[in-house]
Design a protein around this ligand. Structure first.
Ligand SMILES: [Zn+2]
Length: 344
């Protein structure tokens, strides 16, 4: 892609500044859909829907955060940070100015694309319009399913459970053959085709998360693995303080699919762009151990490079034993995620 074309792409997509500006714009466009009311429903006992869900909804509003950085009150938070540029962003902007005028896509390293993760590149992978329409239909059904079981439980839902609930509850409605095929196709796809070079960590679309291996973290609506992750999270919190909080923990294939569909939808079917800011289903370490942390009250900015400017992040770094899964210079094709803690 020529440099000129890239700049045009940036301005057309409303790209303001790396990080919070562009993320904010997306949030403003999509926040209302994410804020659907949560109404408790009665479900089979095995899934434990009920009081916990209400507790979680309250916690989410209090912290104003969600898995993808969707804010509780996007407009308020955006108004407070509009036009702001972090130190890191200034440095990037200066480097950007030094890039030569013509920059063919094939000369860009994964790290370059990571820096411009919100941009569209010549060799990005798009799904067809028909498939995008199907994806959006499927996503609406997943939205209804999430409302039925609650955000907390949805984090753990297996594909078989999802199909069962959809079949048994008319407010969700059975997944169609095409929708099921879409799940299979996306799960089986080699993500390198999109430019994502991380490992596949879940081997089956129907993988389940054993409930006895996970524990709900009070006040967060999220779960962590008992053996692998809870001790690590508690150790972090003990040393950093109560202002550090879990913002996303264990995520099943269904949950990751739902998040990825949202990204694909916002990206108009550009799966490369989607996978620059979210691991495709099957490739997320949230399925097996990793978790995200944020600063209480920092809202959606916990999911931007701004998190790296917080005292909480600096204290985490000072501990010396914490690794970030997707560093600023990673070659996996994923944007910088200072909030994502690598556990295994
Ligand atoms: Zn994460």
């Amino acid at each position: 892609m020529e440099r000129r074309t890239l700049v045009k792409a940036l301005s057309v997509s409303g790209f303001v500044a790396l990080g919070s500006g562009s993320v904010m714009r997306q949030l403003l466009n999509s926040a209302p859909a994410q804020q659907a009311a949560q109404s408790p429903v009665l479900l089979p006992k095995s899934f434990g829907v009920g009081a916990a869900q209400g507790q979680w909804a309250g916690a989410q509003l209090a912290h104003g955060m969600e898995d993808m950085g969707m804010p509780g009150s996007a407009s308020q938070q955006a108004a407070g940070s509009a036009g702001r540029m972090s130190v890191g962003e200034h440095q990037l902007a200066q480097q950007d100015a030094a890039i030569k005028d013509h920059m063919p896509t094939q000369d860009m390293s994964p790290a370059d694309k990571v820096r411009y993760f919100e941009s569209v590149f010549d060799d990005d992978f798009f799904i067809s319009d028909a498939k995008l329409a199907l994806l959006r239909e499927t996503q609406r059904r997943l939205d209804r399913l999430q409302r039925l079981v609650g955000h907390g439980n949805f984090n753990l839902l297996s594909m078989d459970q999802a199909f069962r609930y959809a079949r048994n509850y008319s407010q969700v409605g059975d997944f169609t053959v095409q929708e099921k095929s879409l799940f299979e196709e996306l799960f089986e796809a080699d993500a390198r085709r999109y430019g994502f070079y991380g490992n596949k960590v879940v081997d089956s679309l129907t993988a389940t998360i054993p409930l006895k291996e996970v524990e709900k973290i009070p006040g967060t609506g999220h779960f962590l693995y008992r053996d692998k992750s809870i001790d690590f999270y508690n150790r972090l919190r003990n040393q950093v303080g109560d202002t550090l909080v879990l913002t996303s923990g264990v995520r099943s294939v269904v949950k990751q699919m739902h998040l990825f569909f949202a990204k694909a939808d916002q990206s108009a079917g550009n799966l490369s762009k989607a996978s620059r800011s979210l691991a495709p289903p099957g490739y997320s370490y949230h399925a097996i151990s990793d978790f995200d942390v944020g600063k209480v009250g920092f809202g959606y900015r916990n999911f931007t490079a701004d998190f790296a400017e917080t005292d909480e992040y600096k204290r985490i770094q000072d501990l010396g034993f914490v690794k970030i899964r997707y560093t600023a210079d990673n070659h996996l094709g994923v944007r910088y995620e200072p909030w994502h803690i690598q556990v295994t």
